[in-house]
Design a protein around this ligand. Structure first.
Ligand SMILES: [Zn+2]
Length: 337
């Protein structure tokens, strides 16, 4: 593919790039082409999917687009779920107490502490039973120990299974950002059933299950209530610090205030990730973090091999440079400045 060739071509430039924006002598570019070039260099070999999604607007569609991630046909007719073989993915043990429970396309995770389990994301409604409950069974995790299910945002590809998890796990708490709880409450055709209002995730909140915890970073942008996360797991007994971005895709026809808000959130999360010492960057779409493939590579590696998610702090910083440069380019395209 042309895009792949371009990405690989950028690897040489990466050697000069030295990893972070701060290491660059040049200022941030101010043209669309300059920003896209900078984003491509920053993407390197780690973040090509994020670059393609955010920097390359899709061709104009003849039919009106549906909401990002939404499932549902015209006039509220729910479409049939896609064939299972198109989405079902095996679960995988990623680190000592971190597990992948996603599909081939969307990521969900279990973080295990000595006081219970935290689930991140609930997938599409049709996938939650097989991937989350089925995956936990395959991995010998007891779903009755799940204390919290944290939803990054209220889109059907990540929260369609929320009601199922709320109904099936006694005493579990569902966590959304405040504005996304409001969106859930207002929804009239929530895929998978409307979850009942529960915990609001706030900036800086630490959600713990004994010796494992997730710290919330509010990140309005992809949705007004998007939540991102910082957490540490153990990998072969050593700590692995992870920055998890809960919302990524942008519209290409928004106003300046939207893009400025989104970029401010990305800068906030980039700083939080750096301050936390994150050396891994994860998200909720394989498209953005190669999560499905990395999870299985992690599970199948030989003793002593590094975790494939452990890309290093510089690569984590480059992820945020990609996002911010592409979004600045989108703002210039959409608003002229
Ligand atoms: Zn979304």
């Amino acid at each position: 593919m042309k895009s792949r060739a371009r990405t690989i071509g950028a690897a040489a430039a990466l050697l000069l790039f030295a990893g972070t924006r701060g290491a660059l002598a040049q200022p941030v570019p101010t043209t669309v082409d300059g920003l896209i070039g900078a984003a491509k260099n920053a993407a390197g070999l780690e973040w090509p999917g994020t670059f393609l999604r955010l920097c390359i607007p899709p061709p104009a569609a003849p039919a009106p687009a549906t909401t990002t991630g939404a499932r549902g046909g015209a006039r509220g007719t729910p479409p049939a779920p896609p064939a299972r073989e198109t989405w079902y993915g095996e679960p995988a043990k990623v680190a000592d107490n971190l597990y992948f429970l996603g599909t081939k396309i969307h990521n969900a995770w279990a973080i295990v502490g000595n006081g219970g389990i935290i689930i991140l994301e609930a997938l599409f409604d049709y996938a939650a039973q097989d991937e989350i409950f089925g995956g936990m069974r395959k991995l010998n995790l007891d779903s009755r120990k799940v204390k919290y299910v944290i939803l990054s945002h209220a889109h059907a590809d990540h929260d369609g299974g929320a009601r199922l998890l709320q109904d099936e796990i006694p005493g579990v708490h569902l966590v959304y950002g405040a504005a996304d709880w409001d969106a859930v409450d207002k929804s009239t055709n929530h895929a998978g059933g409307k979850p009942k209002r529960d915990m609001v995730g706030t900036d800086g909140m630490k959600i713990s299950v004994g010796d494992a915890s997730v710290q919330i970073v509010t990140m309005p942008g992809h949705t007004p209530g998007t939540l991102s996360f910082l957490f540490e797991v153990r990998d072969n007994g050593k700590p692995l610090r992870i920055a998890y971005v809960g919302g990524t895709a942008i519209p290409f026809n928004a106003d300046a205030a939207y893009y400025d808000g989104y970029i401010a959130s990305s800068k906030k999360m980039a700083k939080a990730a750096a301050d936390f010492g994150a050396t891994a960057l994860m998200s909720n779409h394989t498209e953005f973090d190669n999560g499905f493939f990395k999870a299985h590579t992690a599970a199948n590696r030989k003793p002593g091999e590094a975790n494939p998610f452990d890309a290093g702090a510089a690569a984590v910083a480059r992820y945020f440079a990609v996002v911010q440069d592409c979004t600045t380019a989108a703002r210039i395209r959409a608003t002229g400045k």
